[in-house]
Design a protein around this ligand. Structure first.
Ligand SMILES: CC(C)(COP(=O)(O)OP(=O)(O)OC[C@H]1O[C@@H](n2cnc3c(N)ncnc32)[C@H](O)[C@@H]1OP(=O)(O)O)[C@@H](O)C(=O)NCCC(=O)NCCS
Length: 185
């Protein structure tokens, strides 16, 4: 089953998380510049990362991103329940990349592979994604993947520390995905 869940892009391997990912996972999960931009608290300890890692290992649609050239764990990507929508067969895309690897096109490369998995293998009806208004990097990734901008959900998210942000909302339907890919759906 794990073999089926492993994917490759030109420069990345997307595979299930493993317990021996802890140290490299903690390295980026404890960075104050990473988690808060995706809505979560930077990890304070390896124990905290261990708990999250166990959850990632159990979840089917969460992948570790491994750089082929170095074998390093550089981030994660997943298809999650979209708590803002009640329709079946819709998933929300989320990703983080460790700071040393920002700006190399890795998030976009991984997101395109996961979109393919979501629409072709899981037969999703729609994939959604959100970013906070200040997150220009994520905005670019979303645009490069071809999502349609829906608008702004004002005060859409309240973070662990009480801070409230608007959500900039995007989606891609199954039809839009296959039209963009130039393939049949
Ligand atoms: C958002 C994130 C995943 C992007 O990963 P990445 O691998 O650097 O993304 P890519 O390299 O594929 O694309 C980044 C784009 O942002 C652009 N960019 C970089 N710095 C920028 C800035 N300060 N302002 C605007 N755009 C910027 C890059 O030029 C690139 O766009 P381009 O290809 O048009 O030049 C990464 O920065 C990250 O993990 N951030 C913290 C967590 C997070 O924000 N997760 C997403 C939550 S919605």
């Amino acid at each position: 089953m794990n073999i089926l869940r492993t994917m490759q892009t030109e420069r990345l391997i997307l595979r299930p998380f493993r317990e021996d990912d802890l140290e490299e996972f903690y390295a980026y999960a404890s960075d104050p510049e990473v988690g808060p931009k995706a809505g979560w608290k930077p990890h304070d300890s390896r124990n905290e990362s261990w708990e999250v890692l166990q959850r990632f290992i159990r979840e089917r649609e969460v992948w570790a991103l491994v750089e082929k050239d170095t074998g390093r764990l550089i981030g994660s990507i997943g298809l999650h329940q979209d708590t803002k929508r009640s329709c079946e067969n819709i998933k929300m895309l989320g990703y983080v990349i460790g700071r040393p690897w920002w700006g190399k096109g890795y998030a976009t490369e991984a997101a395109k592979a996961v979109l393919q998995y979501g629409f072709r293998h899981m037969r999703l009806r729609m994939v959604t994604i959100y970013h906070y208004p200040f997150n220009e990097r994520s905005r670019r990734v979303i645009e490069k993947c071809g999502f349609s901008r829906e608008g702004i959900l004002r005060m859409g998210s309240q973070l662990w520390n009480g801070v409230i942000y608007d959500d900039v909302c995007y989606s891609m339907t199954r039809e839009e995905y296959f039209l963009q890919e130039g393939a049949k759906f």
